[in-house]
Design a binder for this molecule. Structure first.
Ligand SMILES: Cc1cc2nc3c(=O)[nH]c(=O)nc-3n(C[C@H](O)[C@H](O)[C@H](O)COP(=O)(O)OP(=O)(O)OC[C@H]3O[C@@H](n4cnc5c(N)ncnc54)[C@H](O)[C@@H]3O)c2cc1C
Length: 426
């Protein structure tokens, strides 16, 4: 098999990953002197900040994913290939994929991050991650299916496990998901399942450190914990999940929880394609890059976004793995790649625009560089920022309509359990 990319006199730029970083880079280099090949294992870009809304049946997956081919319909120098990159040979300047190999002049690795189960295979096999739209859809199907099963459960113990949800990791993903589930328990599910006792729907949020939302201000972290507790979420800090078997969640202090659904949002790790040396990997298995995003020890290989660990004394833990870093690094690298002289290249400088998290209806926390606020106004700011960030006018419109509908009716209309049927192959 071959990727069938035509040979031209132009230099070939191969970009691996069409997330925030890879996509922004290609957009910025559209019409440049490169032949661009964009490779992703999916044929769409995913807007990860809204995965949790797919998981709670608030949004359709198609509202937060955008087909790559649509974005570059009229760009004849951009070639999109749907495949997985397995490894890279930097000596021969070749990218190896499941569908064949391809040579490059310049390579940009923008493969993001993968869920980190910290080596606990048992948890990796039995709990849900939140790194793909497929996983978010899996959570939605499982939660809805569990409530159907709870109706016909033989014992209270079984019903309890089916209705209890354990979320591991008190970062933005865990906080947003547990808040959205609490809203679902309050406003939506009791109407659908009047014969279930929703006091049994317990939501546990388990965080290993002493506080939630560790990347945010103390004020926001405390407020988020207060909001969640008032919404009936069992927030457990200084606690760790160590195992999960037969619906029993094992905690470090010896306690157990009986739950059929565990969602793992406790961390990410870099998952670069094979071919890089251990000395090129930094903290969190991210590729070590210099201030120009050039991978350590390479001359024509760059890494941007979550996968990049920039050697910067001001940021010993690396830049935060958030969309703004990915977008800004992509913009800076694209501008540098357009410059003729290496001496004109500009180093990357991160401009922190702030961070935010939503907790539930009328509740969010916002940290801006000059101002921190929480509550209803923060919630509107959160919605506005996410709406303008999502790609595509259609997606913006659909999400806006969905949000207004959900707000006015106190309902979410997407509670379908969709099973795939895949025909058997010989
Ligand atoms: C649930 C969740 C919520 C989040 N919420 C926020 C938020 O509110 N605000 C914020 O700023 N950030 C948020 N983030 C973080 C943000 O989404 C990431 O920082 C951002 O997506 C990083 O962009 P990226 O381009 O580096 O990687 P990604 O967006 O992850 O893109 C990587 C791409 O590479 C592709 N890929 C990976 N490996 C291969 C391979 N071997 N071959 C082919 N293709 C490959 C993947 O399919 C993917 O399309 C959230 C993340 C998650 C998971």
């Amino acid at each position: 098999m071959s990727l069938n990319i035509p040979e031209t006199s132009k230099r070939r730029l191969v970009v691996i990953g069409a997330g925030f970083a890879g996509l922004r880079l290609v957009e910025k280099l559209k019409g440049s002197n490169f032949q661009i090949v964009l490779i992703d294992r999916n044929n769409f870009h995913q807007f990860q900040p809204l995965f949790y809304q797919v998981a709670v049946a608030g949004l359709e997956p198609s509202s937060i994913a955008f087909p790559l081919r649509r974005m570059f319909q009229k760009s004849y120098q951009i070639f999109i290939r749907l495949t997985e990159v397995t490894h890279i040979s930097t000596e021969s300047k070749t990218v190896h994929t499941l569908n064949g190999a391809l040579s490059y002049d310049v390579l940009v690795v923008a493969t993001g991050a993968a869920t980190n189960f910290f080596g606990m295979d048992q948890l990796a096999a039995r709990s849900f991650g939140m790194k793909t739209v497929g996983e978010a859809l899996g959570i939605r199907n499982t939660i809805l299916k569990n409530y159907e099963m709870a109706l016909v459960a033989d014992s209270d113990e079984e019903r309890n496990a089916l209705m209890k949800i354990v979320i591991v990791g008190g970062g933005p993903t865990g906080v947003e998901l547990s808040g959205a589930l609490a809203d679902m328990r309050r406003f939506v599910l009791p109407k659908d399942y009047p014969d279930l006792d929703f006091r049994q729907m317990q939501i546990f949020l388990i965080e290993a450190s002493p506080t939630l939302l560790n990347g945010m201000s103390e004020q926001s972290s405390c407020k988020a914990a207060e909001f969640l507790t008032n919404m009936g979420v069992n927030v457990m800090t200084n606690e760790q999940v160590t195992g999960y078997e037969n619906n029993i969640v094992q905690l470090k202090d010896g306690k157990t929880l009986n739950s059929a659904t565990v969602i793992w949002a406790a961390g990410v790790t870099g998952a670069p394609p094979g071919g890089f040396n251990e000395h090129q990997l930094g903290r969190g298995r991210r590729l070590v890059v210099d201030a120009f995003n050039r991978v350590k020890g390479e001359s024509d290989v760059y890494a941007i976004g979550d996968i990049a660990f920039m050697d910067d004394p001001d940021m010993p833990r690396g830049h935060p793995q958030v969309a703004q870093v990915a977008l800004q690094q992509a913009k800076n690298l694209a501008a540098n790649l357009k410059r003729k002289e290496l001496s004109d290249w500009k180093p990357f400088k991160y401009k922190d625009k702030g961070s935010m998290a939503t907790i539930g209806r009328n509740k969010a926390v916002v940290d801006l560089p000059f101002l921190k606020f929480q509550g209803m106004f923060a919630w509107f700011v959160w919605m506005f920022v996410h709406l303008i960030s999502i790609i595509g006018v259609r997606n913006k419109l659909f999400i806006f309509i969905n949000w207004v509908w959900n707000y006015v009716t106190y309902d979410q209309s997407l509670r379908l359990i969709i099973r795939q049927r895949v025909p058997k192959k010989d």
